[in-house]
Design a protein around this ligand. Structure first.
Ligand code: SAM
Length: 276
């Protein structure tokens, strides 16, 4: 059976570090399509050349996706087959492509997945944290205020949480997670998965934050952070107390903010004050 069909868009996962993770089918499909739409054509050219392949490449990223999508639909209408790849892992997962996929489907053409690596799923598979229900949060907002707001909204989420993070924000994000979720929450930090310096640290959020702050090497590379969901009432009271404290301390002295937040939430005042 031929690997590709006319008038079909293949969404192809590529490795997240280890080139050997490109599947046999992904190679066949990439070799069989008329052209490959790539987030960064230079990056994809290197990947293809590592496998002795060369293909026409079309740049498709957040800024041109809408505009390029319709031209690509016309190519499918003309009987071509296309592939969509991102720089690493599964396209559309914290990567461009959903507008393109939507346009192709709306025009009545087939969109077929070629599954493979995904950093979130790889991290979840080794974390040892409940994975029957989880929510993928991707990247937290870059600004501290937005990040804290997002974390406040997530603090009582009972499902396991999955975050992506980069080397320049991992320390700040961990510090904010400790401030908003409490340092006792279980988490796993998966760094450089499938690469030479792969590290999987499992501990409390507080201990992971300390380790990352103390060791520059632990701040290098790419990260997935898996955080256990909110589990008990004490946890929930502390989280609510922290949320209130963060707001109240903008208007009151820290001691007054902690007292009021403790009264309203049922969390111990000392825990709120000490964490501030
Ligand atoms: N589409 C990709 C996927 O399927 O995982 C994710 C793309 S997103 C732009 C890049 C982020 O994924 C990185 O900042 C990091 O959080 C995570 N990531 C990618 N490769 C990774 C790896 N080898 N180890 C840990 N995290 C990784």
């Amino acid at each position: 059976m031929a690997a590709t069909k006319a008038g079909t868009l293949y969404v192809v996962a590529t490795p997240i570090g280890n080139l050997a993770d490109l599947t046999t089918r992904a190679r066949e499909v990439l070799a069989g399509v008329n052209a490959i739409c790539a987030e960064d054509t230079r990056h994809t050219r290197q990947l293809l050349s590592a496998f002795g392949m060369e293909k026409p490449l079309i740049a498709l990223h957040d800024h041109n996706e809408e505009e390029v999508a319709w031209k690509l639909v016309e190519r499918l209408r003309g009987g071509e087959s296309l592939a969509l790849v991102s720089d690493a892992g599964t396209p559309l997962v914290s990567d461009p492509g959903y507008r393109f996929v939507r346009a192709v489907r709306a025009a009545g053409f087939a969109v077929s997945p070629v599954p493979g690596a995904c950093a979130a799923i790889a991290a979840l598979s080794v974390a040892g944290i409940p994975s029957d229900r989880f929510c993928f949060e991707g990247f937290l907002p870059a600004k501290a205020s937005g990040r804290r707001e997002r974390l406040a909204a997530l603090a009582r989420e009972t499902r396991t949480l999955v975050f992506y993070e980069s080397s320049h924000r991992i320390e700040e994000s961990l510090a904010d997670l400790v401030a908003m979720f409490g340092g006792a929450r279980e988490a796993v930090l998966a760094r450089e998965l499938t690469k030479l310096f792969e590290t999987v640290l499992g501990d409390t959020l507080g201990a992971i934050a300390e380790r990352v702050a103390a060791d520059e090497n632990q701040r290098k590379g790419e990260f997935v952070l898996i955080v256990r969901g909110c589990e008990d009432d004490a946890d929930a009271a502390l989280i609510e107390g922290q949320r209130l404290y963060t707001k109240l301390v903008e208007y009151l002295k820290p001691s007054q903010a902690a007292k009021l937040a403790a009264e309203l939430s049922g969390a111990p005042r000392k825990a709120l004050y000490e964490k501030s």
